[in-house]
Structures are given as C-alpha cells and as structure tokens.
Design a protein around this ligand. Sequence first.
Ligand code: SAM
Length: 213
Amino acid sequence: MENFEELRRLMVQTQIIPRGISDKKVIDTMLKVPREKFIDEKFYNDAYGDHPLPIGESQTISQPFMVALMTEHMKLTGSEKVLEIGTGSGYQTAILAELSKEVYSVERISVLYEKTKSILSELGYKNIFLFNDDGSQGLKKHAPYDRIIVTAAADKIPQPLIDQLTEGGRIVIPVGERFSQDLTVADKIKGSLKIHNYGGCVFVPLVGKHGMS
Ligand code: SAM
C-alpha cells in the first residue's frame, strides 16, 4: 500500500509550492485531504500525479495544482457560504469545506452525485450540501453566495451565477472555448463584475441551460 501522507507532502513540495501557491491554509489543506479517497483504487499509484484522472462518466478529478490555484483565488477566511458547480469526485468540495463555513455543490450527473455523496459522508463532512441538478442555473433556493466556483468551462459567466453572488462576492470560473479557457476571477462591486484573467486552463464543458453553446 502506498504511503499517501508522504505522497501528499511530495505533491505539495514539487507541484504546489514551486508554482506559486503561498496561502498557508490552502497548503495545509492540500496536505490534509486524502485525494486517494476520491478516485478508483486502480489509480491509487497515481493518486497524487500532476494531472487530472478519470472519475467515470467521461469526467475527471482536476489536477491538484489547479485545485490549489482555484482555491487560493477564492480567498476564503472561514466564514463564507460557497456555491460550487461541478461536484465531480468531491475532492475540490472537501478542500473548500475545510476552508469555509458551508459548501453547496451541484453535479448534473446522477451517478457521480450518488457516489460522491457517500464518499463525503463517509469522510464525515457536515458542512457540505450536495444537489443533483443543472448548476449552470446556480442554486437559487439557497442564494446568495459569498463565493462561487465553477469547475467546468463556460463561454461566458452564466447570468444566474452573477445574480446569485453577494455584493463584494467573488466567482472563479474557466471561461473560453471548448479546449482552451482562461481561469477567470471576478469580483462583484456595486452590481458589476471586475474581471481578472489568470492564464490558460482546460476543463470539461459546463453543460446545461446557461452552459457552453
Ligand atoms: N472539481 C471536480 C473534482 O475535483 O473532482 C472536477 C469536476 S469535473 C472537471 C467537472 C464536473 O462538472 C463534472 O463532474 C461534470 O459532470 C460537471 N458539470 C458539467 N456541467 C454541469 C452543470 N451544468 N451542472 C452541474 N455540474 C456540471
């Protein structure tokens, strides 16, 4: 059996810190959350590899560095209500739950939703609330949110997500074309978005009513 704790330490030392992640709370969380629990046993020897891995249904668990980078951009202090679109494996969800007050996460594929629900409950997270729905429409029932993260690519920031963000809130989302996007961070200030781009990334498309056309 692999020494996962040691592999986590190596991941942080070789993939996360050298690429510029410096928020200690994000680093400590990457050292803590067991990525192997979110993947199939057949990928165990690659659990902390520097790349995404398949999670079934043609979807992926994101590259560890991308998870750390998006989390750092979320600027969480511990008191936030977070909306995540694209639960996938639940790994990013768990990282967010460690750093915020509560996480509402939406996954459109029911097989992944069911599987992830049981993994996160086995791990004992009480501040994660999962939903099986089209997250491109947000999650109006529990809005507004202090932070929103989308882990699938859109061609523009979906309007319902902008509407469901609090004043002063922040959204982190890959925006662009099918195979090439910019990691986009937008702050809602006096009702408008102040947008910054943080370089290229490639995510599976956000599907749904306000998803990629
Ligand atoms: N952060 C996840 C992780 O670490 O496992 C990776 C998520 S994967 C790259 C993107 C996920 O977004 C997939 O599970 C996909 O089914 C989901 N997705 C795509 N469109 C969606 C939508 N409209 N609503 C909810 N989930 C969606």
